[in-house]
Write a protein that binds this ligand. Structure first.
Ligand SMILES: NC(=O)c1ccc[n+]([C@@H]2O[C@H](COP(=O)([O-])OP(=O)(O)OC[C@H]3O[C@@H](n4cnc5c(N)ncnc54)[C@H](OP(=O)(O)O)[C@@H]3O)[C@@H](O)[C@H]2O)c1
Length: 271
């Protein structure tokens, strides 16, 4: 895989990157890539311990300035706390990575869990894209990456509300790409497939590995593919196997067949 052109990247998206949902998995991989490109970082997550550990590692390895901020993006005041903590900082890149997923049958899951997914996965990125996109547009440069998923492309049984929020992110990012490119701000929707993160491992039973499904990706690959695609495309589907599977489903399956196929796979995992 090609590597980032570090000087160009820092010039275009520096000096400070904000990674919302940064302490582990794909978010931590973004933080590593961005620190190695010389960007300063603001890292956000709920748990202090993994967040502070990562911040310490990044300072030690890359010598960059890192602030960590404990905050719950599912709470009403979460986004405001981040905006307040970033006052005075020139945020040149926003990566919205945090997500809440409600896995299971829609009706068997409390509606509060679905609403939390809406808050973390849809309300959060909208608030932060609005707050940080404005100053980026005024400066005439910057970038926004919203993490989406292959579940954005069709309804997906057993992660119904999660999939709907990921479709929201995809469409939000594409629309923003169309509006903001003329103001110098690059926006990208990153649609990942199965990725070996702690969150994925916690949520996915062992029996889930299906021999026909693309192999789960490494978080570092996902982050690198997204950063390389920023400024080139409005959407990246990470992983060759995911791109092929997604192409086949979108090109040759009716929407009905796509939902039924996804439902069959999800039932094997979660029912
Ligand atoms: N892993 C996959 O297979 C996969 C596939 C497709 C798409 N994606 C997308 O990729 C992104 C990252 O996935 P992941 O598996 O790396 O996620 P993850 O393991 O669940 O971790 C996400 C990060 O976000 C933080 N976070 C979660 N909820 C938060 C909240 N309410 N407020 C603040 N921080 C929060 C977590 O730390 P704390 O718990 O300490 O808050 C963690 O650092 C998500 O948007 C997901 O939808 C993942």
């Amino acid at each position: 895989m090609p590597t980032l052109k570090v000087a160009d990247f820092a010039h275009r998206y520096g000096p400070v990157a904000l990674v919302a949902g940064a302490s582990e998995g794909i978010g931590a991989a973004f933080a590593h890539e961005l620190a190695s490109a010389g960007l300063q970082l603001v890292l956000v997550a709920r748990r202090a311990q993994p967040l502070d550990k990562l911040a310490g590692e990044l300072r030690a390895v890359h010598g960059v300035e890192v602030r960590s901020l404990r905050c719950d993006l599912g709470e009403e005041a979460g986004a405001d706390a981040i905006i307040e903590a970033c006052r005075g900082l020139e945020i040149g890149l926003l990566v919205y990575n945090a997500a809440a997923s409600a896995v299971g049958r829609f009706l068997d899951t409390p509606v509060a869990t679905h609403l939390r997914a809406v808050d973390v996965n849809a309300r959060g990125p909208m608030l932060l894209a609005h707050a940080f996109g404005g100053p980026m547009a005024a400066r005439g440069r910057g970038g926004i990456i919203l993490m989406s998923s292959l579940t954005a492309f069709q309804g997906t049984p057993f992660v119904v509300s999660y999939g709907a929020t990921k479709a929201f992110n995809l469409v939000l990012a594409e629309g923003l790409w169309g509006e903001l490119k003329e103001r110098g701000v690059d926006v990208l929707a990153c649609c990942a497939g199965a990725t070996l993160t702690p969150g994925y491992k916690r949520a996915t039973p062992l029996r889930a590995e299906h021999r026909l499904a693309p192999k789960p990706q490494d978080p570092a690959e996902v982050a690198r593919e997204a950063l390389l695609a920023l400024g080139r495309h409005p959407l990246v589907i990470t992983g060759r196997g995911n791109r092929i599977a997604s192409f086949v489903m979108r090109r040759f399956f009716s929407r009905r067949l796509a939902v039924v196929t996804m439902g069959r796979e999800m039932r094997k995992r979660y029912d």
